[in-house]
Each structure stands twice: as C-alpha cells, then as structure tokens.
Ligand binder design. Structure first.
Ligand SMILES: O=C(O)CCC(=O)C(=O)O
Ligand SMILES: [Fe+2]
Length: 308
C-alpha cells in the first residue's frame, strides 16, 4: 500500500488502519488479545458453555476438539473437518444459481457456467469470481452458527469470537496476469486481518494435486521468513523460491481433498492460493476475529450489483 492509500484508509477506517500498522508486532497482538479476553471473561465462559451444550447438533461433533485446537495453536493449521454431502450440494446449488462477480467487482456479475462469454466480454481470463451475500444460502448460515466452529473460534481467540465474514469463490484454470495472481493471493503472503483471527476453509469441489490447492507453511506463524532486512515486521508478497529456500519441504503443505473437506488456518501463516491446471475450485471461507472492521464481509446491497 502506498503512502496516500495509507492516509485514505486512516481517514475512512481508522481502527483498521491502526491495526494494520501495529498488529504486525507479536507483543501488540498478545496484549490486545489478552486484554479483550480479560474484559469479556464471564461472557466468554458463558459462550463456551452454550457451544458445549449444543455440540450434539454440530455436523463436526465427532472431531477431537482438544487435538484440533492443539494443532491450530502449534502449527497455525488444523485438519479433519468434513461437511455432510447435503451441505456441499446445497452450497453448490447456490453457486450454480447465483451470479458470481469477476475480480470481486460488483459490476461484473455473470453465471459461472457462462465464464467463456464473460471472459470475452471483459477481454481477459477470470482467475477469481466471488459470490456476494453468501448468507442468503441457508447451508452457509447454518454452518456459521455450528457449535463446533464457534467453540473453536472462542477457544482460539480466547474471548467471545466475532464472525467477520464468509466468502465463496471460484478459482479458474486460466493463464492469469501477474497482477491478477498478486491481487487474488496466488503469491505467498501473510494476512494481518486483526490482532488475532483465523479462517475456516471448505472445499466445495474436489481439489486434486495441481488443481488449485490452498498451500500453507505449517509452523510459519511463529517463524516468519527473515530474508530481507526488516522482514520480521514487513508485510509483503514472497516468491515461491524465497519460501521453498527458507522452510523445510515437509512443512509446505499443498492441501488437497474431496468436496466437503475443511480445515482451519490462522493465515498469519505463510500461505497462498494456487492456480488450477484443468478443474476450477470452489471454496468457502469463514472468518472469525476479535473485531470487525467491515473489510471481510461479502454483503452488498443488491441494488449496487449488476451483470456484465
Ligand atoms: O485462494 C486461496 O487458497 C488463498 C486465499 C487466501 O489467501 C486467504 O483466504 O487468505
Ligand atoms: Fe491470504
């Protein structure tokens, strides 16, 4: 972000701009997290109890919760979630029957099965097409109130969690420009979305080897790459080579899985999306944090949306 963009964000969303500036420092993250936890301690205990009392209704009730949290804390990523087939089908149906928006641009709506004509209309390949107002899909709404997801969010964030947004998008097998690959997070990076936050990811299509896997570096949350001067604090994009040289090969996880597979990741870890070779990937992301800056929401006034 250049200096004038920083000033603009500072004016329009001062809480977010301040957080972006200071949450890169681990001590700040830890002080804000523990202060918020202490201030909401009773509400936090009540929240956990409510989740536990409702756990029998969770679609993830058989997942080992202490292990899931332990993995997430230690590695920045935890595996083992599987959505019921009926939930996958309902989300897929929503996607098939709603417009997606090229480059997340509210003026560039199209039905995903018409991607060829949409690309001809805008004169470039569409790497990412995102749905808006995902909460109008009942299956997504139900998922967000799932007691397991909420329990994990509370324990990981150490206070009553704030749901800050869901995002459902297609990543397509195209030869995208470097600019689009950068814009759509297909270069390694770390997210600084709050003082403490994390995301659940669910594949809604099968994701095979080389077909748009989400890639994350296990354990990088506590060990950011220190390659150039100031990198410990710097937030930037990294080349593949910088990352493969810096981390052991076995920690660079290319996450594949059938439709329905899900995992949690604190995306302060080094991660990126990859471009599929032949089959598009549909992914649902659900984010929880301490505070909501209104940045991650997919909500748009329907009157502001238009088709291409
Ligand atoms: O498309 C992906 O797998 C990466 C997305 C990403 O960077 C994120 O959700 O923070
Ligand atoms: Fe990211």
């Amino acid at each position: 972000m250049n200096f004038s963009n920083v000033l603009k964000t500072l004016k329009e969303n001062p809480g977010y701009a301040t957080m972006r500036g200071i949450a890169r420092f681990p001590l700040v993250r830890s002080v804000v997290t523990s202060t918020r936890g202490a201030l909401s301690y009773r509400a936090f205990q009540r929240f956990l109890k409510e989740c536990e009392d409702a756990m029998a209704n969770s679609v993830f009730k058989d997942v080992d919760r202490p292990k899931f949290i332990k993995d997430l804390e230690r590695d920045g990523v935890a595996f083992g979630l599987v959505l019921p087939q009926s939930v996958v089908s309902e989300i897929r149906e929503f996607a098939d029957n709603s417009p997606a928006y090229a480059d997340r641009d509210p003026k560039k709506g199209f039905y995903y099965h018409d991607r060829g004509s949409a690309e001809a209309a805008i004169g470039k390949p569409i790497l990412v097409a995102q749905y808006f107002n995902g909460l109008t899909c009942r299956a997504i709404r139900d998922l967000i109130s799932d007691p397991f997801l909420r329990w994990v969010a509370a324990v990981y964030l150490r206070s009553v969690p704030t749901f800050v947004g869901c995002n459902l998008w297609w990543t397509s097998p195209v030869h995208a420009s470097d600019e689009d690959r950068n814009k759509h997070a297909h270069l390694y990076h770390r997210d600084v979305d709050d003082y403490r936050f994390f995301k659940f990811f669910f594949y809604i299509t099968d994701v095979k080897d080389g077909e748009g896997a989400h890639i994350c570096v296990r354990g990088s949350i506590a060990n950011p790459p220190k390659i150039k001067p100031g990198d410990r604090w710097n937030i930037r994009r990294y080349t593949d080579q910088e990352i493969t040289n810096y981390y052991p090969e076995q920690d660079i996880l290319e996450i594949t899985g059938k439709a329905g597979v899900g995992f949690a990741e604190d995306t302060l870890c080094i991660h990126k999306g990859s471009t599929p070779k032949t089959e598009p990937r549909l992914l649902l992301q659900v984010q929880f944090a301490l505070f909501n800056y209104g940045i991650m929401e997919d909500g748009h006034d329907p009157s502001a949306l238009s088709m291409m």
